[in-house]
Design a protein around this ligand. Sequence first.
Ligand code: SF4
Ligand code: SF4
Length: 165
Amino acid sequence: MSSFLKIALRNLLKGPSTDPYPFGETFVPKGLRGKIKYNAKACIACGMCEHVCAGGAIQIKETADKSGLEFIVWHNTCAFCGLCEHYCPTKAIRLTEDFHTAHSQEDKYRYVERGFIKYVTCARCATPMVPIAPELMTLAYGQVNKDIEKLRHLCPKCRQKQSLR
Ligand code: SF4
Ligand code: SF4
């Protein structure tokens, strides 16, 4: 048998060398920077991600009824630079390995990740405030005891007064 036939037979028996994607599964390289995922419960609305966003894809604004803050990431504007994840102090925003970012032109204004941070009221003065994520307290104090946990429910002014006591 000629070497050509040997190679052809071997390749036929071996099957395809490429992934059947999009008709089947494919692999995702480790560390791939894909679609943004946002966790409103861990977000402290510091605005850092909006500030560093290379593509201007992030917007945080107060809702019309002033009940909280709306968080929006425009997927089709995101450049997958990863700066938001890098600078987020509480890891509330991260890039997933989801690379499925194709969408129709009509969907470009709907292709967004949204979150809502509902204001809570200060336990002492009842001022509306952004809830303080437990992640931030752990970051700031390490071990969170009962006294420190109480600070989570106070607005910045009352927190300051409490800390100075
Ligand atoms: S990955 Fe970069 S471009 Fe995308 S939302 Fe985060 S900071 Fe903005
Ligand atoms: S997602 Fe992170 S960086 Fe962005 S506002 Fe929330 S806490 Fe700050």
